[in-house]
Design a protein around this ligand. Structure first.
Ligand code: MGD
Ligand code: MGD
Ligand code: MO
Length: 671
């Protein structure tokens, strides 16, 4: 029997799936042919979900630490014993140090609205430290918001009518594969596809043109393009006059980026910039798909804000097929019934999740004494792993991990709680890559003794004597209320079809900018008063920020973008996927390899002041001289010395959004 499901991984595509159930087991996963965005195909890794659910290494009972911390030795305990131990420890910590000594840590292991948000009310009620959710998107969001206003951006599906598509810092064929089929439809009608990325990704290989920019130079590139558009009169004066502010100042700023200077900053040829600018300016309906790559730089928000100015200059928002996409993600958003921010005492301490290493090792007043982790694997994904590890290893820190697998984070736990998988829970899903809403009922009951996030927090709340509605509400009740929201995107939505497991289109425009912009002025803001008021440069600026922490002593730049067969650190649990991926590699340019006597496939030591890890050198012109690339987050436990790629990344925050600059590190590499 095939049952409808949704892929709940943190990916823009949020695919419609069908799961085959035989004798209570998931035996096969395929694409739902009726899903308008998934369009009948799924990525290679999703087909392995049966081996995620029925994995021989899956944790099926609560576990209690037996050996020394981090030894990986545990013994099974009953649910009551596990929950009592956690509740008891919470009370002890609150009494001795106050509730802020408790730090919840969670992110996007599961993207369903109910279960993703199921823990917040509990920690709010406790008065625990609040976690700032900054590991991924806020710099990009801030940048876009400044220029174009908040809310969904151009629908990817509308790109089929574009005649010129720029994929700017997104590895579409790895991280957003269904967008590619819309781009191909446009290409069939004559569109050209350009990729702007520091290395030759699988997407860049399939594009008509690849501009291999230096990381962190996107704002300069965009300003250089603007300068040409302005000089050669390729701008749309009417749109600019009616729907933008700050054009005169922008003209002056763009003039600071003449061709030679821009080419020098970005590390590309003047001819390529000129061609790109002219093609963009002359296109009838130019479309840009930005990924998050440009935002994972120290000046990431500025990069996104500057790129976002381009469509307004050429009037792309007035065309069918033109525009710019970052995140869609519209739809009903009131989840306060579930998260209950009102329960949180005012002025409760906020901890930035990027700075977990510091929080666990340096915070005082009070120090973190209880760490509760769910839906995340910080020992693998958080920056500056060495410090994270030192923190998690503290003997005086009580660590709770709710997981499906023995991740590097789970290994550091005092108590592990077994998590149900996404196919074992009911939830409702929006997407940040398309505008369809879908509900998925649990396909099979929880495997072993595993439980959902909601079930666990409700059980803990009961032990703590918490009485609010959220601590007894069911998924179904919450979903029902959520759909009764008066949010305009729900107008006309076919709830009956939704309840039957069909993807339904939200009432969100394909071109949300047709009716104006959500900025303070209601126009595209080339000049931002809001940034001026914050003491920031109110105009786009192409100045590159490197490593203020003295990393400049290391000669090579390192970026660590996603791998097609992993999803952040997920899918490492599947042995067949690990075999397909092979050993972790480092792409290095032949010039850099030769200068270091590094030969093809040789193991290399990659290091900086924060740490080191070992990878196999892959010598290739797919990367630039001076730039090394490590795709994907292998579990540290599968890497030499247990050291993962985030040994090398830093906790430094972006200009706005306080986000991690994952693609901005410097390293040295030796054989
Ligand atoms: N298969 C797979 N899919 C995924 C993920 C995964 O790990 N694996 N992760 C998911 C998540 S959580 C997210 S947020 C999205 C992210 O999806 P993407 O936006 O595609 O990923 P990023 O890591 O932001 O990097 C995108 C591209 O930007 C490039 N880049 C790095 N620095 C710069 C720069 O300074 N300028 C420019 N122009 N490009 C730069 C990188 O080389 C990379 O090719 O993907 C999601 N989908
Ligand atoms: N070097 C480097 N580091 C990066 C990035 C990068 O590009 N480079 N990308 C960053 C980005 S964009 C992101 S979004 C973060 C992502 O960081 P995380 O959100 O931590 O992502 P995952 O590695 O997928 O870890 C999620 C974990 O949740 C578990 N899980 C799944 N479902 C459930 C559930 O229902 N309940 C519970 N309790 N657990 C569940 C999974 O087994 C998995 O181990 O990583 C960041 N780290
Ligand atoms: Mo992300």
């Amino acid at each position: 029997m095939w049952k409808p499901a949704v892929c709940t991984k943190d990916c823009p595509d949020t695919c419609g799936l069908l799961a085959k159930v035989e004798d209570g087991r998931i035996t096969k996963i395929k694409a739902d042919p009726d899903h308008p965005f998934t369009q009948g195909f799924i990525c290679r890794k999703a087909k392995f979900f049966p081996e995620h659910v029925h994995n021989e290494k899956r944790i099926l009972t609560p576990l209690k630490r037996k050996g020394p911390k981090g030894s990986g030795r545990f013994e099974p305990v009953g649910w009551d014993a596990a929950l009592d131990a956690i509740a008891g420890q919470i009370q002890k910590v609150v009494k001795a140090h106050g509730p802020e000594a408790i730090l919840p840590y969670f992110y996007a292991g599961h993207m369903g609205i109910v279960h993703r948000n199921a823990g917040q009310a509990f920690f709010h009620k406790l008065g625990a430290s609040r976690l700032l959710l900054t590991i991924c998107g806020p710099a990009a969001t801030e940048g876009f918001k400044t220029t174009l206003g908040s809310g969904p951006s151009t629908d990817i599906e509308s790109s089929v009518d574009s005649d010129f598509i720029i994929i700017w810092g997104s590895n579409t064929l790895t991280t957003n594969i269904h967008a590619w089929s819309f781009f191909l439809k446009a290409r069939k009608k004559g569109a050209r596809i350009v990729v702007i990325d520091p290395y030759r990704t699988i997407t860049a290989q399939k594009a008509d043109f690849h501009l291999m920019v230096k990381p962190g130079t996107d704002a300069a590139l965009a300003l250089g393009i603007m300068n040409i558009l302005i000089q050669e009169n390729l701008v749309k004066k009417t749109f600019i006059k009616e729907q933008t502010i700050g054009y005169e100042q922008l003209v002056l700023r763009a003039a600071e980026y003449p061709l030679e200077k821009t080419a020098e900053i970005c590390g590309v040829s003047t001819r390529d910039i000129e061609n790109l600018a002219r093609s963009y300016g002359k296109a009838k309906a130019p479309f840009i798909r930005t990924g998050w790559g440009p935002a994972r730089q120290l000046r990431g928000a500025m990069a996104m804000r500057t790129i976002a100015c381009l469509p307004a200059l050429v009037g792309a928002f007035d065309t069918t097929g033109g525009g710019i996409t970052r995140s869609l993600g519209g739809g009903p958003s009131d989840i306060t019934r579930l998260t209950r921010p009102d329960l949180c005492p005012e002025d409760t301490r906020i901890i930035n999740m990027v700075e977990l290493g510091n929080a666990l090792t340096r915070l005082n007043d009070p120090p973190v004494k209880l760490f509760y982790n769910f839906m995340s694997n910080p020992a693998a994904v958080a920056p500056q792993s060495d410090l994270v590890h030192t923190g998690l290893a503290r003997e005086d820190l009580f660590v709770v991990v709710h997981e499906l697998f023995m991740t590097d984070t789970a290994k550091m736990a005092d108590i592990i709680l077994p998590s149900a998988s996404f196919l074992e829970m009911t939830d409702i899903y929006k997407s940040y890559g398309h505008n369809y809403l879908r509900l998925a009922k649990s396909v099979i009951p929880p495997v072993g003794q595993s439980r959902t996030n909601l079930a666990i927090f409700q059980a803990l709340a009961k032990r703590m004597g918490f009485k609010e509605e959220v601590f007894r509400i069911s998924e179904d009740e919450f979903i029902k209320g959520f759909l009764e929201d008066s949010h305009p995107s729900l107008k006309g939505v076919d709830t009956k079809a939704l309840m039957q497991g069909k993807a339904v289109r939200l009432n969100i425009a394909f071109n949300p900018y047709a009716k104006g912009f959500n900025t303070p002025s209601g126009k595209v803001e080339f000049f931002s008063q809001a940034w001026q008021d914050k003491g920031l440069d109110p105009l786009p600026c192409g100045q590159v920020w490197r490593d203020p922490q003295g990393d400049d002593t290391y000669p090579l730049e390192l970026i660590t973008p996603p791998h097609p067969l992993f999803l952040n650190s997920a899918f490492n649990e599947i042995a067949k996927i690990r075999t397909l991926v092979g050993r972790p590699t480092l792409l290095i340019h032949p010039d850099d390899a030769a200068a270091r006597h590094i030969v093809q496939d040789a193991p290399v030591r990659v290091f900086n002041a924060r740490g080191e890890c070992r990878l196999d050198a892959k010598i290739t012109t797919d990367t630039r001289p001076g730039l090394v690339v490590a795709e994907g987050i292998h579990w540290p436990q599968f890497m030499d010395q247990g050291k993962g790629i985030n040994q090398l990344t830093s906790q430094r925050l972006t200009d706005q959004g306080e986000t991690c600059a994952f693609h901005c590190s410097r390293v040295e590499v030796i054989p």
